[in-house]
Write a protein that binds this ligand. Structure first.
Ligand SMILES: *Cc1c(COP(=O)(O)O)cnc(C)c1O
Length: 386
């Protein structure tokens, strides 16, 4: 009987191209109008915080996602920070986020002076588990006139931020119900899920506001970049104002009515964004095709399954992953070792955020599923060109 690591390597070899020396997890693909649009910025001098590509990128994003408003910003972390501020997350508040996510989700909470409270994951979606969330709030939360409070910490629970992990939509309808019941604001970290749909609607449309990222490793990239999505006109206006130093419009006077942020996306990056968005349908098709090939290959391997979108969702398959059936540290390391040594980048999920030194003392529910998932999950190459 061949070892599991050998069988996994063979499955990767059967799906992925053989002519490259090392295949990374995710690479940007700049094969459209990127050169032309960037050249136009350079030729006209419109490279910075104003210019037609920013407006065009925002309107294309809004059209694609179905969100009434899209506000382009410098990166996904800034977008999340702004979302939390728009939702009135204040210093001393608690914000419920998954333990299994990229560190930026927790950092954005901290930038507001608020404190993360970690939620467990759902093995169907890899995102926040609605059942566990409901039971946890039953145990710790009390609704008062001025909001929902954590009985144990005494802090206000202002918001819940589900994350669409690796692009797979979280089961958000029951989470939205819980938020409404407890008067908690719903904010989506849709950083990884551009092109992913939940029951037919684009991710990022259920929460009050949501954040997308266009970092170099995401489905489309602007080098660095992000966007805020919302269907609320008042919040959209506030977002634009706050991200542009809260400057009051005037022909020559420089006046600002509050402490703002310099978070606007430069036109140069937006030019890349427009060219990338034009190619998004093609990227999604290639990524779905790759996911199907992986599914077939890993169906032949006992002891592991390729992670597929839940049946209520259409995922962008941003970052593919496989889940081992058994928790076995030695075997887990052997797989990573063998694949990385043979030209295929593979990587475990992030360290759970509640284990990082700065977040160790935060409140958390029992993280049984998240702890099991991180011991069994391996990300595999996912670029659109594969
Ligand atoms: C990438 C990412 C972010 C942050 O986006 P940046 O553009 O890198 O700042 C936030 N949350 C999640 C889940 C991400 O994957």
């Amino acid at each position: 009987m061949e070892s599991l690591s050998r069988q996994i390597l063979k499955a990767l070899q059967s799906v992925l191209p053989k002519d490259t020396s090392f295949i990374t997890l995710h690479e940007p693909c700049m094969k459209g109008n990127e050169w032309d649009y960037v050249k136009e910025c350079l030729d006209t001098g419109w490279i910075s915080s104003a210019g037609k590509f920013v407006d065009q990128f925002e309107s294309m994003l809004s059209q694609y996602t179905g969100a009434k408003f899209a506000i382009a910003v410098v990166n996904g972390t800034a977008a999340l920070h702004m979302c939390l501020l728009l939702a009135d997350v204040q210093s001393g508040d608690e914000v419920i986020i998954p333990a299994l996510t990229f560190v930026a989700t927790a950092n954005a909470v901290s930038y507001c002076g608020a404190i993360p409270n970690f939620s467990d994951s759902d093995e169907r979606t890899l995102g926040i588990c609605p059942h566990k969330l409901r039971n946890y709030l039953k145990e710790i939360a009390i609704k008062k006139q001025n909001g929902c409070f954590n009985k144990q910490s005494g802090r206000r629970i202002r918001a819940i931020v589900p994350v669409h992990i690796f692009g797979h939509p979280v089961d958000i309808d029951p989470i939205k119900e819980i938020c409404d019941e407890y008067a908690i604001v719903l904010i989506e970290d849709a950083a990884e899920s551009l092109g992913s749909f939940y029951k037919g609607r684009h991710t990022g449309n259920t929460g009050l506001v949501s954040a997308i990222s266009f970092n170099g490793n995401k489905t489309i990239s602007t080098g660095g970049g992000g966007a805020i999505l919302t269907n609320d006109e008042h919040l959209a206006k506030r977002a634009k104002h706050l991200t542009t130093t809260a400057k009051l419009p005037h022909k020559w006077e420089y006046n600002h009515d509050q402490i703002g942020y310099n978070y606007r996306l430069p036109n140069l990056n937006a030019a890349l964004g427009v060219a990338q968005l034009e190619q998004l349908p093609g990227f999604l098709e290639s990524k779905r095709n790759l996911a199907n090939r992986f599914e077939n290959a890993f169906n032949q391997v006992d002891g592991v399954r390729f992670f597929k979108e839940p049946d209520f969702a259409r995922s962008n398959y941003w970052l593919n992953c496989i889940l081992l059936k058994q928790q076995d540290k030695e075997q887990f390391n052997a797989i990573l070792e063998l694949c990385n040594n043979n030209g295929f980048m593979t990587r475990p999920a992030w360290t759970l955020l509640n284990e990082l030194p700065m977040y160790k003392s935060c409140s958390q529910m029992h993280l049984t599923n998240a702890k099991s998932i991180v011991k069994r999950l391996i990300n595999i190459p996912s670029s659109a060109y594969l």
